[in-house]
Design a protein around this ligand. Structure first.
Ligand SMILES: Cc1cc2nc3c(=O)[nH]c(=O)nc-3n(C[C@H](O)[C@H](O)[C@H](O)COP(=O)(O)O)c2cc1C
Length: 338
C-alpha cells in the first residue's frame, strides 16, 4: 500500500513483516487488560509498562507483576530499563521460559526518577554505556531484543543516527524512535524528518513514534518516513479503535468510528477485566484514567466522570455505567420521538 524502505528482518522475527502498528509501552496504562483490548482492535504488537531491571533481579513482586504475560494471546513485548549492564543482562536472562515475543530496552524515558539513576534517556548521553548495555542484553536474552530511543538528550546533542547504528551493530532486531529529544519531554512536535532519516540510515526496521492520533496521521507518518510500523501511545488511551483506523489507512479493513453502544460495552469490559486481574479496589482505581478518556468529548462527560469516581468498587462502577447508559438511551429515544 505504501512505499516502504526494504529492511533486513531478523530470522527470529519473521512475524514482524506483518506488524504495522504497535501499542506503546506506557507506565500505569498498558497493563494486561488494556493490551488485550488494543490487540483485539488490531494492534500488531502491544508492550507492557516498563520495568526496572533491578526490580526483576531483586525479585520484587511488583516489578514481576508488570511483566506478567502468562497466557497472553498475540504479540507482546516486555520493556526493561536500567544503567548497569550486569543487572540488565540478569533481568534479560530471567525472561527464559516466559511469554514474550521481544525484549525492549528503554533508552527514552525522560522521567526524573529514571534519569536521576542514569537510566532511560540519560543513556543517550553516554553512547559507550548504552552500547555495552544493548550488547549485554542481546547476549543474555532468550528473546530477540529491540530498543526504544528519543532523538537525543537535547537539541545540542541530537545523536539518533549514532545510537541507532550502535543498536543495530549490537544485534537489536529493530529500533523505535520517538521523534523528540529528552529535553522536550512531551512538548513541541515529534520530528518525523528525523524518523525518516533513521529509516534511511539503518538496515533493520524502524518503528516511528510520536503524535499519531488517527488513521490519517498513520498514513502521513508512513508516507513521510517510510517506517516499517507506527507506534501509538497517548491517543490509544480511551480509543483502542485507533488500531482499526490505522489498519483501514493501510487498506486492510474498513473503519467506522465506534457507536455509543460499542463504547459502553468496551468500558464495561475494561472495568470488569481490571477488577478480575487486579482485584476490586485496585482495579477500579486503575481503570479510572481509561474511563475518563473513553468519555472524553461526550456531552455530559464531566457528570459521568463524577458519578463513576464516587464509586469504590468495580461492581458499583458497572451499576452506575448501566444507569448512565439507560439515561443516554432514553435521551436518544426522546431526541428521535419528541
Ligand atoms: C503515561 C505515559 C507513560 C509512558 N511510559 C513509557 C514507558 O514505560 N516506556 C516507554 O518507552 N515510553 C513510555 N512513554 C512514552 C510513550 O511510549 C511514547 O513514546 C510517547 O507517548 C510518544 O508517543 P505518542 O505521541 O503516540 O503518545 C509513556 C508515555 C506516557 C504518556
Amino acid at each position: 500500500m505504501f512505499d516502504r524502505k526494504p529492511v533486513r528482518l531478523d530470522p527470529r522475527t519473521p512475524w514482524f513483516a506483518g506488524v504495522r502498528t504497535a501499542l506503546s509501552p506506557m507506565a500505569g496504562v498498558t497493563d494486561r487488560a488494556f493490551r488485550d483490548i488494543c490487540r483485539e482492535h488490531g494492534a500488531g504488537i502491544a508492550f507492557c509498562e516498563f520495568t526496572a531491571a533491578k526490580g526483576l533481579t531483586y525479585d520484587i513482586p511488583q516489578a514481576w507483576r508488570l511483566v506478567d504475560t502468562e497466557g497472553e494471546r498475540g504479540l507482546v513485548g516486555v520493556q526493561i530499563f536500567g544503567n548497569e549492564p550486569a543487572a540488565m543482562a540478569g533481568a534479560a536472562r530471567m525472561m527464559a521460559g516466559r511469554r514474550l515475543d521481544v525484549l525492549d530496552i528503554n533508552f527514552g524515558c525522560p522521567a526524573k526518577k529514571v534519569v536521576a539513576k542514569c537510566g532511560g534517556s540519560a543513556l543517550l548521553a553516554d553512547v559507550p554505556l548504552l552500547t555495552e548495555i544493548a550488547a549485554a542484553v542481546v547476549a543474555a536474552s532468550p528473546a530477540p531484543v529491540s530498543a526504544k530511543i528519543r532523538t537525543g538528550w537535547d537539541e545540542a546533542s541530537v545523536n539518533y543516527r549514532e545510537v541507532g547504528l550502535a543498536l543495530q551493530e549490537a544485534g537489536c532486531v529493530w529500533v523505535t524512535l520517538h521523534g523528540r529529544t529528552r529535553a522536550q519531554k512531551f512538548t513541541g512536535e515529534a520530528d518525523w524528518e528525523r524518523i525518516a532519516d533513521l529509516v534511511d540510515t539503518l538496515d533493520i526496521p524502524v518503528i516511528g513514534n510520536g503524535d499519531v492520533v488517527d488513521g490519517d496521521g498513520y498514513a502521513s507518518m508512513v508516507r513521510a518516513t517510510r517506517c516499517h510500523a507506527v507506534m501509538v501511545g497517548r491517543a490509544a488511551t480511551g480509543d483502542p479503535w485507533l488500531f482499526e483506523a490505522m489498519d483501514a489507512a493501510e487498506g486492510l479493513r474498513a473503519y467506522a468510528p465506534p457507536t455509543l453502544a460499542e463504547i459502553f460495552a468496551t468500558v464495561e469490559r475494561h472495568i470488569a477485566d481490571e477488577c478480575r486481574l487486579k482485584g476490586e479496589r485496585i482495579g477500579s482505581q486503575v481503570v479510572r484514567k481509561h474511563v475518563v478518556r473513553y468519555f472524553r468529548g461526550f456531552p455530559g462527560a464531566a457528570a459521568i466522570r463524577r458519578r463513576l469516581f464516587a464509586t469504590e468498587t468495580g461492581e458499583r462502577m458497572l451499576a452506575v455505567l448501566a444507569e448512565v447508559r439507560e439515561e443516554s438511551d432514553l435521551r436518544q429515544r426522546a431526541d428521535r420521538d419528541p
